[in-house]
Design a protein around this ligand. Structure first.
Ligand code: NDP
Length: 342
């Protein structure tokens, strides 16, 4: 089902922070696209959110939003345990779906979501943002072009401080998919899969609940992944660290790429290439990460290519994050299940 008309109406399922901080603007940055409705479990909050964000209509049920004929695509950014049923409902209503990560809390649910969209003939994508960054795209280009020779190792530094306005369900609601692994590690996995065009096959990890997370959730984790191209990747993720800075390093046989300040929602950061000629700053053309991601989704609606992060990408990155969770519980290395192309 492709969209031919010139105006596409979007419904937001979830009156969320990520929508108001980034996604409403990213959708409205696309020619012929607008946000026309929002659904919140509280009509009062939904109406206030709609007014603040200049959205025409607020609903307090998914069904009502999906029945709105002005809505042709939905952006789902509720808490993680709700994504599954909401994607199924949107697919059944024939709406295209951009869903937040993690897609679901288990692989079978994520697969059902993807299949429902395929069966309904609607486009589905996952909103992993980092692969849209000019920095990470340049890293991929350098790796693919042989700038560092055979890639051997990656190190991801993504230990940050969870800002006070986000210190809610991530810290105390296991049933909502809280914890740093499903929040941050899953993004690291996705960007490494993107850079290497390879899949993680094994994960070993330890986590901590140092000060912020409750109810058995983790607020810090260190993981090692083995990829099917032989690369070993080390990931450090946290909600609790205020001054570490963030970045990524890719080390190959003949060179290294150093990305500083690049694990960000903003189009910021620098990339350096180090090899036998020394270190050079790499030129970049920064672009809004979410704007670029939504643009690829909108192009796919017209039958032009695939979203930058597909539904399958969402399943595969989730599969590794869940293996990391399992490894933290058991203390053992966990094989990442092959996900297939269902
Ligand atoms: P929020 O906590 O802002 O929103 C999640 C839900 O919480 C909303 O759907 C809303 O419910 C409810 N809520 C929000 N504000 C209030 C409030 N003041 N009082 C009561 N309830 C409230 O979550 P985020 O925006 O941080 O995350 C939402 C989703 O987006 C998650 O899946 C997360 O993993 C993902 N995310 C993705 C990012 C990315 O870069 N791809 C970045 C950040 C988050 P209701 O809709 O019923 O009003």
């Amino acid at each position: 089902m492709t969209i031919e008309n010139t105006t596409t109406g979007w419904g937001l399922i979830g009156a969320s922070t990520i929508a108001s901080e980034y996604m409403i603007d990213a959708i409205r940055a696309q020619a012929g696209h607008d946000v026309v409705a929002v659904m919140s479990s509280s009509l009062e909050r939904g109406k206030a959110y709609a007014q603040k964000n200049d959205i025409e209509q607020a609903y307090d049920s998914v069904e009502d939003l999906l029945n709105d004929p002005k809505v042709q695509a939905v952006y789902i950014s509720t808490t993680n345990e709700l994504h599954h049923d909401q994607v199924l409902a949107a697919a059944a209503a024939g709406k295209h779906v951009l869903c937040e990560k993690p897609l679901a809390l288990d692989i079978e649910s994520a697969k059902r979501m993807v299949k429902a969209c395929e069966d309904a003939g609607v486009v589905m994508a996952t909103n992993h943002h980092l692969r849209n960054a000019a920095t990470h795209r340049k890293i991929k280009e350098l790796v693919d072009g042989g700038a560092i020779g055979k890639p051997l190792f990656a190190r991801v530094f993504h230990a940050v401080y969870l800002p006070p306005h986000l210190q809610g369900w991530r810290l105390d609601k296991p049933q909502a998919g809280g914890g740093v692994i499903l929040d941050i590690t899953v993004h690291d996995v996705d960007v490494l899969r993107f850079i290497f065009g390879a899949e993680p096959v094994e994960a070993i990890s330890m986590s901590q609940s140092a000060s912020m997370a409750q109810e058995g959730l983790e607020d810090g984790a260190m993981s090692v992944l083995r990829f099917d191209n032989g690369v070993l990747a080390q990931l450090h993720d946290a909600f609790t660290v205020k001054h570490a800075g963030h970045g990524i390093e890719i080390h190959g046989e003949s060179g290294s790429i150093i990305g500083r300040n690049v694990m960000s929602q903003q189009p910021v950061g620098e990339i350096y290439l180090r090899d036998e000629n020394g270190e050079q700053l790499v030129d970049l053309e920064p672009e809004g990460l979410y704007v670029r991601g939504v643009a690829s989704f909108c192009a796919a609606l017209k039958g032009d290519g695939q979203p930058s992060c597909t539904a399958q990408d969402g399943i595969r990155s989730l599969a590794t994050a869940l293996a990391v969770v399992e490894s933290c519980k058991t203390g053992a290395a966990v094989a990442v299940p092959g996900v297939g192309e269902e």
